[in-house]
Design a protein around this ligand. Structure first.
Ligand code: SF4
Length: 226
């Protein structure tokens, strides 16, 4: 097993103004919102857990990284010339998630959930900055199971197995459905080199608030089929 790093000191912020704007909070709800905002912020503890591994086999239909085999033409193509790769998981934290799901009021629960999402988005920027330092790479791209067209969410299992001890290190639990709890968590494999890649370009999900690139419906056939 390669090295493992735990980042629990990453920088992040969520401003009250940005949250008010995103969540369109009405004047009547302001007092309730401020209570949820303060409590959620106090409980958010972002953490990222990352491994340093090498691709040991790449047969065009998938790639073996450390002890695990990942089945995906897209993964195989992007990791063709990859040296080190960096499997990772990250979350805005279990305590804030548990507070959010404990709220009986739907709107308040939605606010807390969205504040966690804003925190995760914010901390992801610092995570990538730290990973650039660690990898000495100017640019890193990320492959994310469940987002890449031929890499289903079930491939979270080998990703979690590869990292090992994910729950103990981060509080992230992988459910039987392969969804992560807390829900405001992310996972994937970072790699350096080649043209910058955004999973969003291969992800058909509609109305995703986090989309970073338009969906290109012909890209898979054009660039990945043998
Ligand atoms: S469109 Fe949304 S769900 Fe799809 S890869 Fe991008 S961020 Fe993820």
């Amino acid at each position: 097993m390669g090295e493992r790093f735990l980042f629990d000191d990453l920088k992040w912020s969520v401003s009250r103004e940005a949250a008010l704007k995103r969540l369109r909070v009405s004047e009547d709800d302001m007092e309730d919102f401020d209570e949820v905002f303060a409590k959620t912020l106090a409980l958010i503890r972002p953490v990222y857990y990352v491994g340093v591994e090498r691709v040991t086999e790449n047969d065009g239909d998938g790639a073996t990284i450390g002890s695990e085999h990942f089945v995906s033409r897209v993964v195989s193509v992007h990791l063709q010339n990859a040296g080190e790769v960096y499997p990772y998981v990250g979350t805005s934290g279990r305590a804030a998630y548990e507070y959010a799901i404990s709220l009986g009021d739907d709107l308040m629960r939605f606010w807390a959930d969205q504040i966690c999402e804003m925190a995760l988005k914010s901390v992801a920027v610092d995570f990538i900055r730290r990973m650039r330092e660690l990898s000495h790479a100017e640019q890193l791209s990320s492959l994310n199971p469940g987002s890449v067209i031929d890499w289903p969410i079930s491939q979270q299992k080998p990703l979690f197995d590869l990292l090992g001890n994910v729950y103990e290190k981060t509080g992230i639990l992988l459910e039987r459905s392969f969804l992560m709890r807390p829900v405001k968590s992310g996972s994937g494999i970072l790699y350096a080199g080649g043209k910058h890649f955004e999973s969003c370009s291969l992800c058909p999900k509609e109305n995703c608030p986090n989309r970073r690139a338009p969906f290109d419906k012909d890209k898979f056939e054009r660039e990945y089929l043998k």
